[in-house]
Design a protein around this ligand. Structure first.
Ligand SMILES: Cc1cc2nc3c(=O)[nH]c(=O)nc-3n(C[C@H](O)[C@H](O)[C@H](O)COP(=O)(O)OP(=O)(O)OC[C@H]3O[C@@H](n4cnc5c(N)ncnc54)[C@H](O)[C@@H]3O)c2cc1C
Length: 496
């Protein structure tokens, strides 16, 4: 049975996104959105749902932005292939005989990933049409402050009639691109998230520079497919935004999988060789080292696309290249909002951008909304093992002056984890000992990215350990490990 939403089957002509709904030069839109990634398209849909006249300007060949084309969706597609592949390695253990030696058909893996993207692009195009959003293909740039309450966005590359879009409000949602190391250009062996998603074969060896979510996810994918993976991370730990114990556990489990994890490693030089690349670095002890591999992935963060969008002619303020906004996503320029990866002070995640988009249009429409709460944003890393977290880490809670009480429950004590054959990892609850409020939840292990949804709701509703210790969780589930972890805060886990 198809798992796709209804609507994704709807077929529009294969054209640039700009032709789905035309724009007229006389129209004054309620809102013009520059950028058609998850932040921009969500803002467009919610804006239309709120009854506004919306224009969405995007300069990529198809709607969807980084997330759909070279980010969240393709990486999760490959991670799912990797998961199946890992299960196949243990087929006999699950009583499945006769598989022989599985062969990886990399071209088919990429085709499946591309088909998923195409399906969802079509879904988006359908939604634009359904909501009568004027989608304009081209590069948008603010021309300056509003004149008599109306902003003008100049659009280059647009069809005639759409080169000047007029709107009462403008939302900037231009997203981000991969940062490169100085002097490097991506090519067939020096890769960013874009090139690595269409390499023509699984590399024998891969050096990954940077162990944030992007770096560790690609490490996980290619290790599953047999690549010799080396991670070089400048900071003292991998996934540095996570709770320290999560970083330690991921390092332990990655090493167990045969990934060579090097933290405190400062990359000095990346050179091309006859067979690939050579990376010279200084290790954590200050010793010069080098490593050769077929390919190198540079995953050292994302730069906001704030240049050439006309900000210099406005009061919009930047902070280390990213746009400063208030809690309504408003910039310092009246009528100009910013959402998504270009915003300063928020994690660069699709769900953050899309919620910010809903906030911005609700503010414009005068509808009810709740601003984003920085401490209630889930963060998911879809590696093997997965990581899901929300709220304060133990160190952050202590820094904020809480009297912290921690409960930790290992998946080793969870029966569903035994059934799915995945016992590594734990659930960690960070709570405030005074009122028992749950301040943070940090999970590493099977389906952590799904289980974390409970924790998001718990934090949003300001749940306490007392309340959650008596909240019935179905048995046998991986989510039951949450119940044991709440109990562990009071030294009363049942299964450990
Ligand atoms: C490898 C990888 C994996 C990721 N995985 C996840 C994940 O699992 N979960 C998650 O939450 N996040 C993930 N992210 C992050 C996520 O992709 C971004 O946070 C998200 O795409 C940001 O959305 P956005 O709308 O702000 O920008 P983008 O998605 O970058 O979209 C911006 C759009 O604006 C267009 N544009 C730019 N400038 C202009 C202009 N001047 N005029 C018109 N159009 C313009 C661009 O072409 C693009 O289409 C991942 C990122 C990467 C790189």
């Amino acid at each position: 049975m198809s798992k796709e939403r209804p609507g994704t089957e709807f077929h529009l002509p294969e054209t640039k996104s700009g032709t789905t709904t035309g724009a007229s030069p006389e129209t004054i839109y309620d809102v013009a959105i520059i950028g058609g990634g998850p932040a921009g398209y969500t803002a467009a849909i919610r804006g239309a749902e709120l009854g506004m006249k919306v224009a969405l300007i995007d300069n990529a060949p198809r709607l969807g932005g980084t997330c759909l084309h070279v980010g969240c969706i393709p990486t999760k597609a490959l991670l799912f292939n990797a998961e199946i592949w890992d299960h196949l390695k243990h087929a006999a253990e699950f009583g499945i005989a006769g598989i022989g030696t599985p062969q990886l058909d990399w071209a088919a893996v990429l085709n499946r990933k591309n088909a998923i993207i195409t399906k969802h692009v079509k879904g988006l195009e359908f939604l634009m049409k359904k909501h009568k959003i004027a989608v304009i293909a081209g590069t948008g740039r603010l021309t300056g402050p509003a004149q008599a309450g109306v902003h003008t966005v100049a659009v280059t590359g647009a069809d005639a009639g759409a080169s000047q879009i007029k709107a009462k409000n403008v939302i900037l949602a231009t997203g981000s691109s991969a940062r490169m190391l100085p002097g490097l250009q991506p090519d067939s062996s020096i890769l960013t998230n874009i090139e690595i998603l269409s390499i023509d074969s699984v590399p024998r060896s891969l050096i990954v520079i940077g162990a944030g979510a992007v770096g560790v996810e690609f490490s996980s994918i290619f290790r599953s497919f047999g690549t010799e993976v080396t991670i070089l991370e400048f900071l003292p730990r991998v996934v540095p935004v996570e709770d320290e114990e999560i970083s330690k556990e991921l390092t332990r489990l990655f090493k167990k999988r045969g990934i060579d994890v090097n933290t405190g490693a400062k990359v000095e030089k990346v050179e091309k060789t006859a067979t690939g690349v050579k990376v010279s670095y200084t290790d954590a002890n200050g010793k010069p080292q080098s490593k050769e591999a077929e390919k190198v992935l540079v995953a050292v963060g994302r730069a906001g696309l704030t240049e050439n969008i006309g900000l210099e002619k406005t009061k919009v303020e930047l902070e280390r290249g990213l746009v400063k906004v208030n809690e309504n996503q408003e910039t310092a320029e009246p009528g100009v909002y910013a959402i998504g990866d270009i915003v300063s002070g928020l994690p660069q995640l699709a769900h953050v951008g899309s919620m910010a988009g809903m906030v911005a249009v609700a503010k414009i429409a005068g509808a009810k909304f709740r601003p984003l709460n920085r401490n209630r944003i889930p963060s998911c890393t879809y590696t093997e093992p997965q990581i899901g977290s929300v709220g304060l880490t133990e160190a952050q809670a202590k820094e904020k002056g809480y009297e912290v009480k921690v409960g930790k429950f290992p998946f080793a004590g969870n029966s569903k984890a035994t059934i799915v054959g995945s016992h590594d990892g734990f659930v960690k609850i960070v709570s405030d000992s005074k009122y028992g409020e749950i301040l943070g939840v940090h999970i590493i292990g099977p389906q952590a990215t799904e289980i974390i949804a409970e924790a998001v709701a718990v934090l949003e509703l300001e749940g306490t350990v007392d309340e959650l210790m008596y909240t019935i969780h179905a048995h046998p589930t991986l989510a039951e490990s949450m119940l044991d972890a709440y109990g562990a805060v009071e030294g009363m886990a049942i299964n450990a």
